[in-house]
Ligand binder design. Structure first.
Ligand code: GDP
Ligand code: GDP
Length: 471
């Protein structure tokens, strides 16, 4: 398909190095949020390490994405090697491919012999090929412990960065770390510009009951000859996922049913598996729910299976696009699209936020529009509205629809702020959270959708108690 190409991007790569027990794995896991994502099978990448591509912006208040690839060399030691040999072996294999090294130490333990040896090794390894090293003094779980950092100056890597993966200071630590990494990236700006504003990969899961045309659509989208099928064992990417690039955006198409491999003979063996669907959904940003347009006008209408899928998509708070396939078989009348659209909204209330796309996998008609709509709903999914703008609109809304008039006496609503994206999550600050009615939230949600174009994304609410008016 034109406009579709396959090409991975280069990301700024960071290796985590340090003695055992200093907290490397904890740090790695916390940073990536438990998601062991994307293991690229690019040349030079081997499997004794874990890679994760992570958007560090998720930990900061910045709007701009900041993608980096982090390598964790793990804690695997061979019986015959000394502690230091093990550290060295692991570190060496990742230093090569890293653009920057994070050297982790345990502040509470003080400078250990192994730390000194690691420092020496790092200096040697980076002599010929200089690489920035950020020294992390870890386990500084509270500000009072920060003085423990001082003695680590002696290791010779500049000012140690006080850090804590488990303490309350985690978020602040990550922001400091982020600032340090950004400094390093800036010095190498040309090469890594893409890291700073790179589009994150858009993860799309294709769902639907058997025979609606999922395989046909997927193959039409990708085209056999362009297919990049990852079937390497040991990668965290599912073997059946497909990558493609559309309008400069990297897509990962998650396949929960073996669609690309489905043979004509065994095709009908495809079974609906809630378990597989959920696994696919959890990894995705956008769910594409494919339906057979010809079935919609029959008695059966929308099947229970499809309702179940819609409820799964909604309960996992995923963005959604509904595809009405086999449109070539539909007799066209003037208002046909509106009629189908209404039918869908009526039957699939769970995902009434989703736009509807009509396609024909047989003729290729509008298939590309699926990707187009995925881009659009993903924008809604990631949209962030500033508190100022939000409250201008909110003030107008409260004059239209006062919560007190809606039966909630003494309820005072102070202000509204967006606390998260993916999905957009709004916190409403009120004097008495229990008094906020569902109908009032629905009114606010409808209004926000109209005002800020949140088509395709679910919206989440958090009600918080507050004493005083802030806006
Ligand atoms: P690794 O061998 O370097 O990968 O270290 P681990 O991540 O396995 O951590 C070793 C120990 O340190 C574990 O018991 C962790 O719970 C603990 N730990 C890790 N990070 C922190 C931290 O920020 N604060 C505290 N207090 N303990 C931590
Ligand atoms: P899946 O089970 O959802 O993956 O569905 P398939 O892609 O295997 O398609 C099921 C059947 O519907 C096959 O016979 C396809 O040729 C046919 N089919 C798929 N898409 C279309 C379409 O847009 N129009 C028509 N007329 N047939 C289609």
């Amino acid at each position: 398909m034109k406009n579709v190409q396959t090409k991975p991007n280069k990301l700024f790569t960071i290796a985590i190095v340090g003695a055992p027990n200093v907290g490397k794995s904890t740090f790695f896991n916390k940073l990536i949020g438990g998601r062991r994502s994307i293991v690229e099978d690019q040349p030079g990448i081997t499997r004794d390490k874990i890679y994760a591509d992570v958007n560090l912006a998720r930990w900061s208040d910045e709007d701009k994405d900041f993608f980096v690839r982090i390598i964790d060399t793990g804690g695997l030691f061979f019986r015959e090697e000394s502690l230091f040999q093990g550290v060295q072996r692991q570190a060496e294999s990742s230093i090569e491919e890293a653009d920057c090294i994070i050297f982790v130490t345990d502040a509470r333990a003080g400078v250990t012999t192994t730390d000194t040896l690691v420092a020496k090794m790092l200096r040697e390894r980076t002599k010929k090929n200089p690489k920035p090293v950020i020294l992390l003094t870890n386990k500084i779980d509270s500000t009072e412990l920060e003085t423990l950092s001082a003695e680590f100056y002696n290791l010779g890597f500049g000012e140690p960065l006080a850090f804590s993966s488990l303490g309350t200071t985690f978020k602040r630590s990550v922001n400091d770390l982020l600032a340090r990494i950004q400094e390093v990236v800036k010095q190498d700006k040309d090469e890594y510009e893409s890291s700073i504003e790179k589009n994150p990969q858009l993860r799309v899961v294709i769902l639907g009951k058997p025979n609606v045309g999922k395989s046909s659509l997927l193959n039409s989208l990708v085209g056999y000859e362009r297919a990049l099928v990852h079937d390497e064992a040991g990668t965290t990417r599912d073997a059946l996922d497909t990558e493609l690039i559309y309008k400069d955006k990297e897509f990962l198409l998650i396949d929960t049913a073996g669609l690309r491999r489905k043979s004509k003979v065994y095709g009908e063996l495809e079974r609906f598996s809630v378990d597989r669907t959920i696994k696919g959904l959890v990894r995705a940003d956008v769910a594409v729910l494919v339906m057979d347009a010809t079935a919609l006008s029959t008695i059966e209408g929308v099947s229970n299976q499809e309702k179940k899928l819609a409820s799964l998509i909604q309960s996992r708070f995923k963005a959604c696009v509904i595809v009405l396939n086999k449109w070539d078989l539909i007799e066209k009348t003037e208002n046909i699209f509106d009629e189908y659209n209404k039918l869908i909204k009526y039957h699939l209330k769970f995902v009434d936020y989703a736009p509807v796309v009509i396609t024909s996998a047989s003729t290729g008609q509008r298939v590309e529009n699926i990707l187009e709509q995925c881009l659009k709903v993903n924008e809604s999914y990631n949209r962030r509205i500033s508190t100022g703008l939000l409250n201008n609109v909110f003030r107008e809304l409260t004059t239209i629809h006062e919560p007190a008039k809606a039966g909630a006496k003494d309820l005072k609503i102070y202000y509204l702020t967006q606390v998260e994206t993916k999905p957009p999550t709004f916190a409403l600050f009120v004097n008495e959270p229990k008094k906020v009615k569902e109908s009032y939230l629905r009114f606010l949600e409808r209004s926000l959708r109209q005002e800020f174009d949140f088509e395709g994304t679910p919206i989440k609410w958090v009600i918080k108690k507050s004493q005083k008016k802030k806006v």
